[in-house]
Design a binder for this molecule. Structure first.
Ligand code: ADP
Length: 406
């Protein structure tokens, strides 16, 4: 079966067509600037590129162009859209409504809509992507895969915030966590890779990319994670500040010309590596400036390292120890120097990095590997993430009536 993976943003659609029989990615594409001037589509099938700039007023027109690309006789890969067996949609916020991926029904769409206040930037776009597929491909089933679902196993003591309980019961204020498909994928892969039994395993997954989060995964289930009700909480990120005292918001509203929305926008989009270094949100640029002695860049990098170390220590404490620490995503997979800085002086916990193994798996050469010394009690691993394969496999299981087994 061929499965289409769709990640719909407010003005974009990222897609991949995967042949589940051969496990091959047949096409990858991006529709951009939907609803604004300069709408365009760029799709790659091997070395064939389908590229068109043309007005697209909404997601439905974006999906129509995606199908034109996939069906193109020269640069496409499909003869008929009926070859697409199902569409798997990445949906940001499932709130407490979803603990697993699910077939899209009227109730599911209503629940995604009901969770819009929790994911105001992404959920409307994700829903539009689903509605557009239903309109353009009425006979193709849609499956929703939630970024939050994997974290729904957290106990209340981990997900509750210490505000009066009525804000949880009435308004669902709590930690949800994100990057769920990635944490789920790498925690499972590392168990397979190291031959660890699911029961009794204690794994810390470090997804370090533009957005970054960590998770404590015990017995194959998420016990805690660093992102919160939104992806703003946790470690320092590319443009997000991560955890801080909430009173900063009032202080800045009182002492600047920003309102609450302005402060939150600044905390989400102008903070983190970008805000501290003043150079870039991209770790490579920050590293380059730090190598030249730029003090703000050095500070930004030190803050990221510091915050990740803090969560590793906390999660080891929560799980009563740790068997494996896993690095993934753009920074986690490629930045050996940062991994080395993060894992410094963790011998007390039984985790010892092997500098040579660590350096070999970096800079675009990420592969599944162990980067700890042979005598390290805690294994430190790099596992390249593959959220698309999680979405594709869940979608296949759901539309073919198979149980999802992790
Ligand atoms: P996103 O969260 O948008 O998916 P990524 O997981 O691609 O982002 O992570 C982006 C970060 O990964 C950037 O800070 C970038 O510097 C870093 N990164 C990506 N590729 C490489 C690479 N080949 N070498 C070093 N760093 C990289």
């Amino acid at each position: 079966m061929k499965i289409l993976i769709l990640n719909a943003g407010s003005s974009s659609l990222k897609y991949q067509l995967i042949d589940m029989d051969s496990n091959a990615t047949l096409a990858k594409g991006l529709v951009e600037r939907i609803g604004i001037e300069g709408s365009r589509i760029k799709q790659k099938v091997g070395d064939k590129v389908f590229e068109v700039t043309t007005p697209m007023k909404d997601h439905t027109e974006g999906i129509e162009w995606m199908l034109k690309g996939l069906l193109d006789t020269e640069k496409g890969v499909l003869k008929s859209m009926d070859e697409i067996g199902a569409v798997g949609h990445r949906v940001l916020h499932g709130g407490e409504s979803f603990t697993a991926s699910t077939l899209v029904t009227e109730e599911v769409k209503a629940a995604i809509e009901a969770n819009i206040p929790l994911g105001p930037l992404h959920n409307p776009a994700n829903l539009q992507g689903i509605l557009a597929c239903e309109k353009v491909m009425p006979n193709t089933p849609n499956v929703a895969v939630f970024d939050t679902a994997f974290h729904q196993t957290m106990p209340a003591k981990a997900f509750m915030y210490g505000v009066p309980k009525k804000y949880y019961t009435d308004l669902h204020v709590r930690r949800y966590g994100f990057h769920g498909s990635s944490h789920r994928y790498v925690s499972k892969r590392v168990r397979e890779f190291l031959g660890l039994e699911k029961e009794g395993s204690r794994i810390i997954t470090c997804h370090l990319g533009n957005g970054s989060s960590l998770a404590a995964v015990k017995d194959g289930k998420c016990l805690d994670t660093s992102m919160g009700i939104t992806p703003l909480e946790g470690v320092l990120m590319g443009t997000r500040c991560g955890t801080l005292d909430a009173a900063v918001v009032e202080y800045l509203v009182d002492n600047t010309d920003m309102d609450v929305k302005g402060v939150l926008n600044m905390m989400n989009k102008q903070s983190g590596l970008l805000g501290i270094s003043g150079i870039s949100s991209d770790m490579r640029d920050v590293d380059a400036a730090a190598a030249e002695g730029n003090e703000d860049a050095i500070l930004a990098r030190d803050m990221l390292v510091w915050s990740v170390r803090k969560y590793i220590g906390a999660y080891a404490a929560e799980m009563g120890g740790v068997d494996a620490i896993v690095f993934t995503a753009g920074i986690g997979e490629n930045n050996g120097k940062l991994r080395e800085m993060i894992m410094q002086d963790f011998e007390y916990l039984g985790a010892k990095l092997d500098p040579a193994k660590n350096a070999a798996c970096a800079d675009g050469h990420a592969y599944e590997c162990t980067i700890s010394t042979d005598d390290s009690k805690v294994k430190i691993c790099v596992i390249p993430t593959d959220e698309e394969s999680v979405i594709a496999k869940d979608t296949l299981c759901i539309v073919s009536g198979q149980p999802i087994v992790d």
